[in-house]
Design a protein around this ligand. Structure first.
Ligand SMILES: NC(=O)C1=CN([C@@H]2O[C@H](COP(=O)(O)OP(=O)(O)OC[C@H]3O[C@@H](n4cnc5c(N)ncnc54)[C@H](OP(=O)(O)O)[C@@H]3O)[C@@H](O)[C@H]2O)C=CC1
Ligand SMILES: C[C@H]1O[C@H](OP(=O)(O)OP(=O)(O)OC[C@H]2O[C@@H](n3cnc4c(=O)[nH]c(N)nc43)[C@H](O)[C@@H]2O)[C@@H](O)[C@@H](O)C1=O
Length: 317
């Protein structure tokens, strides 16, 4: 990738988009296009078409999406399927129409079946039933992979799809209801400590297993993949299932995660489990051998990433 290439990062104010911009800046890319939702609503097909014709980006990173944790996905399924289908269809189609050199689509590990064999290989896609709490979002993300594959097959475009595991880090969403588990727990445990609460109720049974990746590691992996030439990238993938998993290759239970956060934050009260709340997928550990065979491994340990994230939370809340 030429350092002067014009790169449009859709969703640049989000957790992933902002991390990708930090990584691009670190690597010396300076010609980055950013548009807030107020300037360009990606749900608006006409506005997206006009933007691509006028801005003519060389590269596109599609990190704009309707995103949320287990509660938000379960509560607002229509918003999750509608907004994600619209945003990705508008962006991917216009990237094709305006001959964008390369596009990187951000999917999610929830595309794999609820009871997929662990660790989940890319070939597990469409082999079983999805987790009901996030099925509409997962279906939209699967459609995103298929959009990329179909435009590549029919029109010879270079549209790539990555499937990150659960992410955390700077610029995460700390809403108590709609966020993911790490920001949700940081806020709840910090509040319980500040209020000297004797006990804290946490969603689920604590037995669900999750794999967590620090978002700056994801950004490094994404920019590394974008930097591969078209043939080099294609040759690194098998003919079937073109998406690439990105994770750490190891997971922990929510119970263990709570214990680590309680220790980092310094909360002394009791933990109680609210088993009326869903656990979601019992386990979703990614098989990351495609990334390791390309020479990439996550470098931030969970403990270090959580310490950095809590420090950042205290500075910015
Ligand atoms: N967070 C996670 O744990 C994981 C995330 N991913 C994927 O990574 C990608 C980015 O997620 P993340 O950074 O966490 O999400 P965020 O919610 O932090 O960021 C999403 C960004 O998309 C923008 N956006 C959403 N809808 C529109 C729209 N209609 N027009 C313009 N901009 C829009 C938002 O803008 P605004 O700020 O105005 O709302 C926001 O900046 C998503 O595709 C997600 O599926 C994958 C796996 C795990
Ligand atoms: C990235 C991923 O994110 C979502 O799926 P999820 O993996 O289930 O992620 P989650 O972070 O919301 O929950 C993980 C686990 O943690 C438990 N849990 C405890 N306490 C809190 C808590 O306070 N908040 C939340 N959100 N969960 C909590 C919770 O009950 C569950 O067992 C999907 O949107 C999906 O579409 C997707 O792509």
């Amino acid at each position: 990738m030429d350092k002067s290439a014009k790169i449009y990062v859709a969703g640049h104010r989000g957790m992933v988009g902002s991390a990708i911009i930090r990584e691009l800046n670190k690597k010396g890319f300076r010609n980055i296009i950013k548009k807030t939702r107020g300037e360009l609503d990606l749900l608006n097909q006409q506005a997206v078409a006009e933007f691509f014709v006028q801005a003519k980006p060389d590269y596109v990173v599609l990190a704009a999406a309707k995103v949320g944790g287990i509660f938000a996905n379960n509560e607002y399924p229509a918003d999750f399927i509608y907004e994600n289908l619209m945003v990705q269809t508008n962006v991917i189609h216009q990237a094709y129409k305006t001959q964008v050199k390369q596009l990187l689509f951000l999917g999610s590990s929830c595309i794999y079946p609820k009871l997929a064999e662990q660790p989940m290989q890319e070939s597990a896609l469409l082999t079983g039933e999805l987790e009901p709490t996030n099925e509409p979002y997962a279906i939209a993300k699967i459609a995103g992979i298929k959009l990329c594959e179909s435009y590549n097959r029919q029109y010879g475009t270079d549209f790539r799809a990555v499937m990150p595991t659960n992410l955390y880090g700077p610029n995460d969403n700390y809403d108590l209801q709609n966020s993911h588990v790490i920001p949700g727990l940081i806020r709840r445990i910090h509040q319980a400590k500040t209020n000297n609460d004797k006990a804290l109720k946490i969603w689920g049974t604590g037995s669900a297993m999750r794999e967590f990746l620090y978002v700056d590691d994801l950004a490094e992996a994404c920019v590394m993949l974008m930097s591969l030439g078209k043939m080099e990238y294609k040759q690194s993938l098998p003919a079937r299932n073109s998406q690439v998993n990105i994770g750490t290759g190891s997971d922990i239970s929510i119970n263990e995660l709570v214990a680590i956060l309680v220790d980092i934050i310094g909360y002394k009260g009791k933990i109680k489990w609210d088993t009326s709340k869903p656990d979601g997928t019992p386990r979703k550990l990614l098989d990351v051998s495609r990334m390791t065979s390309l020479g990439w491994n996550a470098s931030t340990t969970l403990i270090d990433g959580l310490r950095l994230t809590y420090r950042r939370y205290l500075e910015t809340r």
